[in-house]
Design a protein around this ligand. Structure first.
Ligand SMILES: Cc1cc2nc3c(=O)[nH]c(=O)nc-3n(C[C@H](O)[C@H](O)[C@H](O)COP(=O)(O)OP(=O)(O)OC[C@H]3O[C@@H](n4cnc5c(N)ncnc54)[C@H](O)[C@@H]3O)c2cc1C
Length: 425
């Protein structure tokens, strides 16, 4: 990483995909800037760990969503990263049996009907919680609700139908073998990023903006705030003067839900060679759970939880999470497989002190707040991050593109090219 300038013109707060995107654009524009990152690492919600030698596992983002519109695809190509082109795999294991033929078609038809109902509501200019739009008495309602909880990180009664429809989905979701977190971390190469530098106050009451960090005070002419709404709403950063009411409302209307991953490591391939690649387990006794079986041929299984249940399980702890995943897998693949589990890794995004959740979901009736969250305050405080993206929120590329946008706004404002209008309070 490059040296930190002592008095940069622009400070970027947060070195996730958004902050690093801003840094890349500011470099291209020739701006003087520094990125301040609270954690000991870059990447934020993009984070890859090796669960075994040569086996990367994404704790946060993993799929290149809307791939044909996703700038990370070209970056992956340039870096020589491997990904698999395709869509989500969703073989169903329902009521203790693998579904085939008519059942699977029934389920797909229900998903399509539900999406059509949501789009119809959006076309009418109305909004409601997703749960109020989708049939409640179908055998597939639970599967759809679970799917919503993975996509939005909240439950279907908590998220705006319009927000869901605003997402620009091309149907291409390509998993990255070498780790999305590893790809995002590469964005930091050559950038002036200070780690362990949590900003605790942004004082814009004077001519210079003063930022308080454990490493001392930094001054700047403009600031790009690229942290999650969990952090903005959680009072971690004190704004002096306080943020205007319209901005605080936007933050509150775009809260983070919860989404966690459970990785179970196996000592061998216990699934055989013609196992389903991805499966969703549905049962009358418990919450649904999805699994990716042996992604890219690695001997692990990757389970996913979302919404209130993910929050509850995170509080129950790592061992409880791994046990539940194991019990669920046994229902589908037989109890013998549990003997071959040799380790696990479980995420806890709600408890992450620098994120406080998974990704933003607009409250019903509040989808328009993403545009407000993106607006500058006082022509000097600029906002980036996945929650500010109107069409690619809740994704890594949405965060990255928002960083490019905020960098151009901040640079433009400083050079008198444009001064973003102050919205009405
Ligand atoms: C489990 C999970 C699965 C996901 N799956 C996918 C997926 O498959 N595909 C996809 O595209 N997206 C996925 N996402 C979403 C994607 O990871 C995020 O939308 C994106 O990474 C957010 O980037 P960001 O820069 O907006 O925020 P963040 O990544 O949260 O970055 C903000 C940075 O700010 C830092 N920070 C916080 N407070 C301070 C402070 N006070 N001072 C300085 N720095 C601070 C944080 O440490 C962090 O590094 C997933 C997320 C999760 C949690």
């Amino acid at each position: 990483m490059a040296e930190i300038p002592s008095s940069p013109d622009i400070v970027v707060i947060g070195a996730g995909a958004a902050g690093l995107g801003a840094g890349r654009r500011l470099t291209e524009l020739g701006a003087s800037f520094a990125v301040l990152e609270a954690s000991h690492r870059v990447g934020g919600r993009g984070y890859t760990e090796e669960v075994a030698p040569g086996v990367p596992f994404d704790l946060g983002c993993h799929w290149l969503h809307s791939a044909s519109l996703n700038p990370f695809v070209a970056m992956a190509d340039e870096a020589g990263f491997t990904y698999r082109k395709g869509t989500f795999d969703r073989t169903l294991h329902f009521a203790a049996d693998w579904t085939a033929g008519t059942d699977a078609k029934d389920c797909e038809a229900f998903f399509e009907r539900s999406h059509a109902a949501l789009e119809e509501m959006q076309a009418k200019g109305q909004d409601a919680p997703v749960a109020e739009v989708v049939e409640r008495d179908s055998p597939w309602t639970g599967a759809f609700d679970y799917w919503i909880s993975l996509n939005t990180s909240v439950d279907s009664d908590q998220v705006s139908a319009v927000d869901l429809c605003n997402y620009r989905d091309t149907g291409e979701d390509w998993p990255l073998k070498d780790g999305y977190g590893n790809l995002i971390a590469r964005l930091a190469e050559g950038l002036p990023v200070a780690l362990n530098a949590a900003v605790t106050e942004i004082d814009s009451s004077g001519k210079q903006i003063r930022l308080t960090t454990p490493k001392g005070t930094v001054t700047a002419k403009a600031v790009i705030v690229a942290v999650s709404t969990g952090i903005l709403g959680g009072g971690n950063i004190r704004f002096t003067p306080g943020l205007p009411d319209w901005k605080q409302r936007a933050i509150a209307d775009l809260p983070l839900g919860c989404h966690n991953r459970i990785c179970l490591l196996f000592d061998r391939n216990v699934f055989g060679n013609d196992h389903p690649r991805g499966t969703m387990l549905l049962s009358s006794e418990g919450e649904p759970m999805s699994f990716l079986i042996r992604p890219f041929g690695h001997d692990y299984v990757h389970a996913m939880t979302g919404g209130r249940f993910a929050d509850w399980l995170e509080r129950a702890g790592v061992e409880a999470s791994a046990d539940l995943a194991k019990e669920n897998l046994k229902k589908a693949f037989g109890s013998d497989i549990a003997k071959h589990v040799v380790g696990h890794l479980v995420t806890a995004w709600r408890g992450d002190p620098w994120v406080k959740g998974a990704y933003s979901a607009a409250r019903p009736g509040r989808a328009g707040q993403r545009a407000r969250l993106a607006e500058a305050v006082d022509g000097r405080l600029f906002f980036a991050g996945e929650a500010t993206s109107r069409e690619f929120f809740a994704t890594a590329h949405g965060a990255y593109l928002s960083g490019l946008r905020a960098a151009e706004e901040a640079h433009g404002a400083m050079n008198g090219f444009a001064r973003p209008a102050q919205p009405p309070v």
